[in-house]
Design a protein around this ligand. Structure first.
Ligand SMILES: Nc1ncnc2c1ncn2[C@@H]1O[C@H](COP(=O)(O)OP(=O)(O)OP(=O)(O)O)[C@@H](O)[C@H]1O
Ligand SMILES: [Mg+2]
Length: 301
């Protein structure tokens, strides 16, 4: 939608300020989050554009989950700005984020394993038919819609009646992605969707991340794996100890550089050095074999 008041003498200035098609769906500016006196995140700049995949990488404890908790409305930022469609926001609940089209697929997907695939697809948003007080679930329509929507994403399941718990982890992730797309997500956040998956299943999930991107969604893809990120990513942000260590467009970085950043090039070199020292340790300094036997007298016995 374009702004209608961007006209007249001040048009140029207003146009500059009004959201344009270049406006990011989601943007963080110098954003940060403290839990009491623990500063989990600090000085984060991030933009998510339609039809692009923004990858957020980082080691354990780097702040990845904290970042997506802010965007998905679970937590509020304590520093900087958070904008949706160019407007500053502060969500109190995930529902508010969802109303703005920001959907999150968590790794431990909120599904009911024994319920059929189609029921899980509509969980919490069931379709009904008929007037009150004889309104009932519109089972046929839900099955048909789930089937259409999954096929539209290129996901073909033999039987939508099968319990979702019988699908593989990768397939369940894909159903969750298709569900978010169907319910109107504009921004899709995926928290380590490939972390527990093997090579083949990860490939399937990456394919549907690309499918969501091709349908014009802005995707935030959280991962530890630079190879997975590089296969689908347009932009890469690497977090380290709560700050943004690297932020690069795809054409500015190679997979090798990204991997090196993730591994922490300098830290890796130091570790190699330490390991070399351990291997080359002076045997004279190792304890005598007899001293290692069970029951051997200890120095302070
Ligand atoms: N609710 C909380 N209260 C206090 N500290 C927290 C809380 N949540 C996260 N932290 C701290 O913030 C830092 C970042 O944590 P976060 O969970 O965002 O990391 P992560 O990158 O998602 O790690 P992982 O890869 O292990 O999931 C950590 O030091 C963590 O201990
Ligand atoms: Mg995490």
């Amino acid at each position: 939608m374009t702004s209608t008041n961007a006209s007249g003498a001040h048009g140029a200035i207003l146009e500059e300020r009004a959201p344009t098609t270049d406006t990011a769906l989601v943007e963080l500016r110098e954003a940060g989050k403290s839990y009491g006196n623990i500063r989990a995140l600090h000085g984060i700049d991030l933009k998510v554009h339609p039809g692009q995949v923004t990858c957020v990488l980082g080691d354990n404890g780097a702040g990845k989950s904290t970042l997506i908790k802010i965007v998905s409305g679970l937590h509020q930022h304590t520093e900087g700005e958070f904008l949706v469609d160019g407007h500053p926001v502060r969500f109190s609940t995930p529902r508010e984020a969802l109303d703005k089209g920001i959907a999150t697929v968590y790794q431990d997907l909120a599904t009911v394993p024994l319920m059929p695939v189609w029921r899980n697809f509509f969980l919490g948003s069931e379709l009904t038919k008929g007037p009150w007080p004889v309104r009932r679930l519109d089972i046929e329509k839900m099955k048909q819609t789930a089937d259409d929507e999954l096929r539209h994403m290129g996901i073909v399941l033999d039987d939508l009646e099968q319990p979702i718990g019988t699908l593989s982890g990768g397939q369940r992730q894909c159903v969750a992605i298709a569900r978010a797309v169907h319910f109107g997500a504009r921004v899709l956040i995926l928290d380590e969707p490939t972390a527990a998956l093997g090579v083949k299943q990860s490939g399937v999930v990456l394919k549907y991340i690309a499918a969501a991107r091709d349908r014009g969604l802005g995707v935030i893809f959280i991962t530890h794996n630079p190879h997975h990120a590089y296969m689908v990513g347009d932009h890469f942000s690497v977090l380290r100890l709560g700050t943004m260590e690297l932020s690069a467009e795809r054409n500015r970085i190679t997979l090798e550089e990204l991997t090196n950043h993730m591994a922490g090039g300098a830290e890796l070199a130091a570790l190699k050095h330490e390991l070399a020292q351990v291997r080359g340790v002076d045997v004279e300094e190792l304890p005598e074999e007899a001293d290692l036997q069970v029951g051997a007298p200890q120095p302070n016995d």
